[in-house]
Design a protein. Structure first.
Length: 267
């Protein structure tokens, strides 16, 4: 009996270690007309999270590729409710977690409480709201203490160290660390102290610390995931879905997953 219990403990411990070692992969898509086809393909490819952008006319964090996708979605008549309806139609069919990227105005227009309820009813795991300050996010957490929805925190590398620490301590779901001082999709230079800052955040946080903005190649993934718990890739995925189609884009994603797996094994 003692041996059996010990084996169960060891097996459970191994499973937990494997979960901790697994590098997480987040891909972004726009909530346009092709959203469901892309979402299903990404789910089948085994990505951990799919971040879906709510079409919005005046984004502040989106680069040209995602802005164009958003404008195209709006021109085709896509609205916030369409995203919720589509997600409800596949609820219970997906293994990947869905995160919505939206702006404060979209939430206010829909109605704050109604938006959060609709997101939960559609099976959404969490929200990323790039134009909402951390202090207001904390107020929302207090205002809706019984929600299932996670409010995903963003941390800029240029933020004051004390502010980074405060955000990390109060984060839920995962932390989105911004790799550069640019909008999404810029092929710029990552913050020179990026890996060091990610390691600092990881020592404080109790949730995975992921990195996004400007990541577009397997080399980028290999380099950044040495420190981070995973990566978030948006513009490159959106561009490839549009220009190359689903099968080719999934092949590209598999090369990125391989780079992540290499670093998972090294840990």
């Amino acid at each position: 009996m003692v041996i059996k219990i010990w084996k169960q403990f060891v097996n459970t411990h191994k499973i937990e270690e494997e979960k901790q070692m697994h590098k997480q992969f987040v891909t972004y898509i726009m909530g346009g007309q092709t959203m469901l086809d892309e979402l299903r393909a990404l789910d089948q490819a085994g990505v951990d999270y799919v971040e879906i952008g709510i079409p919005y006319s005046d984004p502040v964090a989106d680069g040209p590729v995602i802005m164009e996708a958003g404008q195209s979605a709006i021109q085709s008549g896509r609205r916030t409710q369409d995203v919720f309806d589509d997600l409800k139609s596949v609820q219970g069919q997906l293994s990947t977690k869905v995160v919505l990227m939206t702006y404060a105005h979209s939430i206010e227009t829909y109605g704050e409480e109604a938006f959060f309820k609709a997101a939960e009813d559609a099976g959404v795991y969490g929200l990323i709201i790039p134009d909402m300050p951390h202090e207001y996010i904390e107020q929302l957490k207090e205002k809706y203490p019984n929600r299932k929805l996670k409010f995903i925190s963003l941390i800029a590398m240029t933020a004051d160290p004390k502010r980074r620490e405060h955000i990390a301590k109060h984060a839920e779901g995962f932390i989105y660390t911004v790799t550069m001082n640019e909008v999404t999709g810029k092929n710029g230079t990552f913050h020179p102290e990026l890996l060091e800052h990610i390691e600092e955040i990881k020592r404080i946080a109790s949730v995975p610390v992921l990195a996004g903005f400007g990541i577009r190649t397997a080399d980028h993934v290999q380099n950044i995931s040495q420190a981070s718990d995973g990566v978030i890739i948006g513009s490159e995925i959106v561009r490839r879905f549009k220009e190359d189609g689903i099968p080719s884009t999934i092949e590209f994603i598999q090369t990125l997953q391989h780079a992540l797996e290499n670093n998972s094994v090294k840990q």
